[in-house]
Design a protein around this ligand. Sequence first.
Ligand SMILES: NC(=O)c1ccc[n+]([C@@H]2O[C@H](COP(=O)([O-])OP(=O)(O)OC[C@H]3O[C@@H](n4cnc5c(N)ncnc54)[C@H](OP(=O)(O)O)[C@@H]3O)[C@@H](O)[C@H]2O)c1
Length: 250
Amino acid sequence: MDLGLRGKVVLVTGAAKGIGKEIALSLAREGADVAVNYLSSQGAAEETVGEIRKLGGKAVAACADIASLDQVRLMKEEIERQLGPVYGVVNNAGYAPAKKFFKTQPEDWKRVVDVCFYGTLHLAYVFVPTMVEQGEGKMVNLVGDSARMGDPNLIISAAARGGVISFSKSLAQDVGKNGVQVNVVSLGLVDQGYLGFSEETLEKIRKKYPVQRTGVPNDVAAACLFLLSHQSSWITGQVLSVNGGYSMMG
Ligand SMILES: NC(=O)c1ccc[n+]([C@@H]2O[C@H](COP(=O)([O-])OP(=O)(O)OC[C@H]3O[C@@H](n4cnc5c(N)ncnc54)[C@H](OP(=O)(O)O)[C@@H]3O)[C@@H](O)[C@H]2O)c1
């Protein structure tokens, strides 16, 4: 099936490794030109770019802290200079340290909100106006199921990402008339290779999933590609669960 992504420029945040890298590579396999955003993983980002180029695709490594509006603006200028106007943004970057609320210090909260919530606002504020001007564009924001179900160990990021869901719905209502769709992908546990859980713990977690397995990065990439494609042009403001049935919300 042609997803209509050939030659489209898509930015994937946090794409040096893990789920973001798989999304970037999957986009490249569909012929998209990919901006591989990273914060600290420069070497891994350059490797991802190299893998995309080996596939015959165009890619650039784009360093920016999405918590900084200025850095996001500079990143946009650089991507446009090297690849052209951005058609799609997959906001995969996240900062979600696991800790119970009363074990955190108040000064820990801000960075989580700055990355998970303000990062989404910054990307939308900087990239969506060009999509509106072009009369087409897609933003896909990744959250964890904790944003809808709660999680005492991820209490601040869950709250920030609950905000991402309502922000995405409101933005979708605003820009739908301009041909721009905004959707959310809500994840269960995805084994990206560095979860750090023992096999025994992972086995216990798998049993909680109706499909009896945790996710793999390609499960997420497939959903993102669909939401970026023209096949999803009547879908906006939605939360797509990619979670092996861990939560089932209508
Ligand atoms: N894996 C799971 O089970 C799971 C479950 C639910 C939700 N999620 C969410 O899904 C996304 C991908 O998960 P993952 O496990 O593959 O990755 P991850 O290891 O949690 O982080 C993804 C990337 O985010 C980047 N990042 C962090 N802060 C940033 C900032 N301020 N600006 C730009 N980039 C920043 C990091 O880039 P650098 O390495 O370059 O610093 C990192 O590589 C994350 O948002 C995560 O919270 C994951």
